[in-house]
Design a binder for this molecule. Structure first.
Ligand code: COA
Length: 188
């Protein structure tokens, strides 16, 4: 019998894992972040890096938030909005947006507003999320799928111990073009 089990307590109502770090508050992504997520994902370069077309209206952000809420309800994802802790100022998003429960594996995604970059905020947020993924949820591995030319993201992942395990050739179609994907992973 397989005794490896996920710790599902983080999915119990009223037990969402709000995370705090030295400078940040990671709270549940909810409808109060509608405008914030729109501002993040309406930026062409940020949306592209996150594998999407830029959002043209806040309804897209609402859809995303509803999907994240379902994912949490069905124990298939945990998504946070990132705030500067003291100012309560939104700076970005991070999530274990896809959880493969059968194989104890999660896929992460993240993005910062352009003027919140190069301050170490995502490193701080991702460290907290990795700890939650492995210690809190008891996942066994994490993956990130990114554009191989996204140097800032490559640097961030490598800094936190992720290793590139593959390069998928033209597996991602967006806006009339096929893109390569670098597959990074971190094993517990
Ligand atoms: C990928 C992304 C999150 C990386 O953001 P970032 O701010 O560069 O990442 P980090 O939090 O690791 O910060 C590192 C930078 O902060 C600097 N820094 C400044 N103060 C720091 C501190 N106190 N602690 C750590 N680093 C600090 C580091 O020197 C480094 O800068 P450098 O690259 O010029 O050396 C950001 O570029 C982004 O949002 N891109 C668009 C979305 C995206 O690509 N998402 C990934 C695909 S899902």
């Amino acid at each position: 019998m397989n005794e490896y089990q996920l710790h599902d307590s983080l999915f119990q109502p009223d037990n969402f894992p709000t995370l705090t770090t030295d400078r940040l508050l990671l709270k549940k992504l909810d409808m109060s972040d509608r405008e914030n997520m729109f501002s993040l994902k309406s930026d062409r370069e940020t949306a592209r890096a996150m594998g999407e077309l830029p959002y043209e209206n806040t309804e897209k952000a609402e859809e995303l938030i509803i999907n994240c809420q379902y994912a949490y309800e069905f124990k298939m994802g945990i998504n946070w909005s990132i705030y500067l802790k003291y100012e309560f100022f939104f700076i970005g998003y991070i999530g274990i947006w896809k959880i493969d429960r059968e194989h104890f594996r999660g896929e992460i995604g993240y993005g910062l507003l352009p003027n919140a970059r190069r301050k170490g905020y995502m490193e701080e947020a991702l460290k907290a999320v990795i700890e939650t993924a492995f210690k809190g949820l008891h996942l066994h591995s994490l993956e990130a799928n990114i554009d191989p030319d996204n140097n800032n993201s490559v640097k961030l992942l490598e800094k936190l111990g992720f290793k590139q395990e593959g390069l998928l050739k033209e597996n991602y179609y967006l806006d009339g073009k096929f893109y390569n994907t670098a597959l990074f992973s971190l094993v517990r």
